[in-house]
Design a protein around this ligand. Structure first.
Ligand code: NOJ
Length: 558
């Protein structure tokens, strides 16, 4: 029986490699997470999403799995996993695993078999094609990998090409093969039988490719997406997986849905379709990036327009509310502009603006203490995406400089610097040199310091999570943007039954005047939450302080 517990839940994402290292090898691990369970509990979250912890050669930090039923050596053992899992459950926190099922590692047994011969029983687990051109030495189509370059790799053994929408060490699975679909359902059941509460499904919208794998339209950077985003058999596959696995448990599934649009979202997540419970759409994160990679100016009105459009989905479709994850730069600065002098206010303003919309909020590790982007030299970047793209652009005039600029704003590495626990060596993340550069600002941005401050971002998040809990107007209430064209303020009403809330957030690092729309101007209101001591004053012509965020409960209408 599905209880849909996720409707009133906040999820905390952990990127295990960068969270906490317990054994001094410079790499975060499961026992490190175990040591921080009370910290996680204190944040008032209901579930943890763990980025992949399975066996992996780590070409893409665990998103290349070589054994779905075992734990990565650096992270620990199955018994550590069980302890972590029990520790979470005993604190009333659920556990969501990362299901990477569009592709495996090329070191997975299925792929090592598959590449052996054209008639190997596992051949059809992957997408193999003959090449084009007289000698078959040209890739079968023009699709590009999300990490740059062709999405095909030629394999000498059988003289055919295999598809990899990510790195060449991440061959795409062939979901047309029912055996593959059964394997994935079995893997889900394996973890859910153990008690895992759900899955974040990696690039799940890519699993069904158009038959014949036709050439894609070139869009300046990437090519082919329209041939596989929510492809022809996508719904059939997800319905089947839901029937064979997820629906048998009180699970929560969230799909990473790159390329999804509002027009196909309903068919993917409405309760009636029995597919995914919700998706991550990235439309709101594209407002300051062309093609998700080329930075440009952030516009609050465009940002609100996208978020408002997703809020307009019916109540039977659950949204996700997030600004950060392990693939995104940090949100402070990105959506607030220069926040100098008001770090606390800026971080908490973003939290309020996002979390009080309708949907399930996700908080990414470090966001709760206001961690920021970092500066990297070429050698310090760790991400395969950086290395691969630099290799390609080196042939283009100014290519490297342009790419460096883009990465300084956009790199996935920004989110992956080690968690900053304290001001001691390596930010308290590890006793050894961490696998990845520690952001030098750890001396003044760290958990210990944040918790000791009166203006603690972590404590504000905890308060916000407690405020959301069981609050019907927030969970199920109607949503209305009350000033969509205002370039400084994000303000919306939430309404459920007789309860009406106004959420008002100043996105600027300066005082801003805000004239309440007429319909609210004569209302009486009580302040329920604020990121300023002493709160704000509700009146027709308000003056909001830098990054001031306030929630009012409307008492009556004049
Ligand atoms: C999306 C994941 O979030 C990202 O980190 C990964 O590189 C790709 N999918 C490939 O699995």
């Amino acid at each position: 029986m599905k209880t849909r517990w996720y409707k009133d839940a906040v999820v905390y994402q952990i990127y295990p490699r960068s969270f906490c290292d317990s054994n001094g090898d410079g790499i975060g691990d499961l026992r490190g997470i175990i040591s921080k369970l009370d910290y996680i509990k204190g944040l008032g979250v209901d579930a943890v999403w763990l980025s992949p912890i399975y066996k992996s050669p780590n070409d893409d930090n665990g998103y290349d799995i070589s054994d779905y039923r075992d734990i990565m050596d650096e992270f620990g053992t199955m018994s550590d996993f069980k302890e972590l899992f029990d520790g979470l459950h005993s604190r009333g926190i659920k556990l969501i695993m990362d299901l990477v099922a569009n592709h495996t590692s090329d070191e997975h047994y299925w792929f090592s078999e598959s590449r052996k011969s054209v008639d190997n029983p596992y051949r059809d687990y992957y997408i193999w094609r003959k090449g084009r051109g007289k000698d078959g030495r040209k890739p079968p189509n023009n699709w590009t990998s999300s990490f740059g370059g062709s999405a095909w790799k030629y394999d000498e053994t059988t003289k055919e090409w295999y598809l990899h929408l990510f790195s060449r060490k991440q061959p795409d699975l062939n979901w047309e093969n029912p055996k593959v679909r059964k394997e994935i359902a079995d893997i889900c059941n394996f973890w859910m039988d153990m008690g895992v509460d759900g899955f974040r499904c990696d690039v799940i919208t890519y699993i069904s490719k158009k038959s014949g794998l036709p050439d894609g339209k070139f869009n300046l950077i990437f090519c082919g997406e329209e041939q596989y985003v929510v492809g022809p058999r996508y719904h059939e596959y997800i319905k089947e997986l839901n029937a064979e696995s997820w629906s048998k448990y009180d699970s929560f599934t969230v799909g990473e849905a790159a390329g999804i649009t509002l027009s196909n979202a309903y068919d993917c997540i409405d309760e009636s379709v029995a597919e995914l419970d919700t998706v991550f759409s990235f439309e709101h994160l594209c407002v300051d990036m062309y093609f998700m990679v080329i930075p440009h100016r952030f516009s609050l009105t465009k940002f609100k327009k996208v978020l408002d459009s997703w809020q307009a989905l019916p109540n039977t479709c659950q949204n996700t509310l997030f600004l950060e994850n392990h693939d995104q730069p940090r949100s402070l600065g990105r959506f607030t502009g220069n926040y100098s002098g008001h770090r606390y206010e800026a971080a908490t303003a973003l939290a309020v603006a996002m979390q009080l919309q309708r949907g399930t909020p996700f908080v990414y590790q470090g966001q709760e203490i206001g961690m920021t982007n970092c500066r990297f030299t070429d050698d310090e970047y760790q991400d395969i995406m950086f290395r691969q793209i630099m290799n390609i652009v080196k042939y283009i005039p100014f290519g490297k400089s342009i790419a460096r600029y883009c990465f300084s704003r956009r790199a996935r590495d920004h989110a992956r610097t080690p968690m900053q626990w304290n001001a001691r060596e390596n930010a308290g993340f590890s006793s050894a040199k961490p696998w990845m550069k520690v952001n030098p600002n750890y001396k003044f941005i760290n958990v210990d310091k944040d918790l000791a401050e009166e203006k603690s971002i972590y404590k504000f998040y905890a308060k916000l999570h407690a405020y959301r809990k069981g609050n019907e107007a927030i969970i199920d209430g109607d949503y209305k943007d009350i000033c969509p064209n205002n370039r400084n303020i994000f303000a919306y009403e939430r309404k459920c039954g007789g309860k009406r809330l106004l959420v008002i957030v100043n996105f600027k690092n300066k005082a801003v005047k805000f004239n309440l729309p007429e319909e609210y101007a004569n209302s009486k209101a009580e302040l329920e939450l604020s990121n300023y001591r002493g709160g704000g004053i509700f009146m027709p012509n308000m003056r909001l302080r830098p990054y001031e965020a306030a929630v009012y409960s409307l008492k009556s209408q004049g």
